[in-house]
Design a protein around this ligand. Structure first.
Ligand code: OGA
Ligand code: NI
Length: 343
């Protein structure tokens, strides 16, 4: 029997179970396990200091963090606390709406460009593991295209998400410029078409009766140039793989978490490496996060930048359109990243 998406959403059924159903139990080797007790490792925190022309040391801090961790947090980034809170509350409320209403609000676009889904639909067919998460996603380009398909509930959805994505666009440009300068590229190298079709993903991880058996998201690198994540205060969940160990990303109030995606790894010809990360669940607490994915349109062809190629550093990656890249990302599983390389 076909199940409807509204019935598959984890938020629709999680509270009917006192244990994790078999569909969502992961094999021992990919379960969360014990986090390192007393580990003092954490990802760097960088003060952006609200200035338009960041000092040279900020650029080197950003570049160093990107090379060592692929992850950092930014504070004093210029986005208001009020807007961050409104945005998180908007998506918390969205995921808390009745399933039918959520589905209706997220099904306004042709071809499912804007949609609410859970893992069974989007992950590859040979992967039986389901994830403890629902996601609402839609494009949010600066042109305003697609706004007509965005949800209209909660009532301030379009106003808040419109403002938020405009601010995140500015922050994204600021960070991309620092990365470009740090890499020795023209400062606006990433700021045109390459980052012209961003997407917002609002994840919701309901409370989970047995967090040690499942995951909110599997280990992955993002299919983006850069991802900027808003996470709620005081609730852990995101973990980064650093030198073979998982380290938790501390939810610092009013900070954003920034990570390097696989597209920057390809364009920089591996001078930057996309960071591997995953999400664990919590037993008594739901967690809502908002990811801003910086990426190009489907037609755009990704390849190493000319100036990243030298006689000592020949191109590692084959040119590939973003649509093909995305299709392989969803379908190929573990061989995906290796298949991007010239053999
Ligand atoms: C993502 C992601 C982390 C989180 O959206 O790709 O890794 O904590 N999100 O929601
Ligand atoms: Ni991610």
């Amino acid at each position: 029997m076909e199940m409807k998406m509204e019935e598959m959403l984890v938020t629709s059924w999680y509270n009917l179970h006192s244990s994790v159903p078999p569909s969502h139990v992961h094999p021992p080797e990919s379960r969360p396990g014990e986090l390192l007790v007393g580990s003092s490792k954490s990802i760097p925190v960088i003060d952006l200091g609200r200035c338009d022309h960041p000092p040279h040391d900020t650029i080197s801090l950003v570049l160093k963090a990107s090379q060592e961790y692929g992850f950092f947090q930014v504070i004093n980034h210029g986005v208001s606390e009020e807007l961050m809170e409104d945005t998180l509350n908007n998506f918390k409320e969205f995921h808390g709406m009745p399933p039918k209403e959520k589905m209706a609000e997220s099904s306004k676009s042709p071809n499912g460009i804007c949609k609410l889904y859970t893992s069974c639909e989007v992950y590859r067919k040979d992967d039986n593991n389901q994830y403890w998460r629902d996601t609402m996603r839609h494009p949010c380009p600066p042109s305003g295209e697609y706004v007509e398909f965005w949800p209209q509930k909660p009532v301030r959805y379009r106003e808040i998400v419109g403002k938020y994505t405009e601010e995140l666009r500015k922050l994204g440009v600021q960070i991309l410029k620092m990365l470009a300068e740090g890499l020795g590229l023209k400062s606006n190298y990433f700021c045109g078409e390459l980052s012209g079709n961003p997407m917002i993903l609002a994840h919701h991880y309901p409370p989970c009766p047995q967090p040690n058996l499942t995951l909110g998201s599997p280990k992955h690198k993002d299919p983006t140039l850069l991802t900027i994540l808003l996470q709620p205060k005081g609730i852990n969940g995101l973990q980064v793989l650093k030198d073979g160990q998982w380290i938790g990303v501390e939810p610092i109030p009013n900070a954003f978490v920034v990570n390097i995606g696989l597209l920057l790894q390809m364009i920089s010809n591996r001078r930057l490496i996309g960071a591997e990360h995953r999400v664990v669940t919590n037993i008594n607490t739901a967690r809502t996060t908002v990811a801003y994915f910086i990426k190009p349109k489907d037609e755009y062809v990704i390849e190493p930048a000319n100036s990243m190629i030298t006689s000592n550093s020949p191109p590692l990656y084959k040119p590939i359109s973003y649509s093909e890249f995305r299709k392989n990302f969803l379908n190929k599983g573990s061989s995906f990243e290796a298949d991007l390389l010239y053999s």
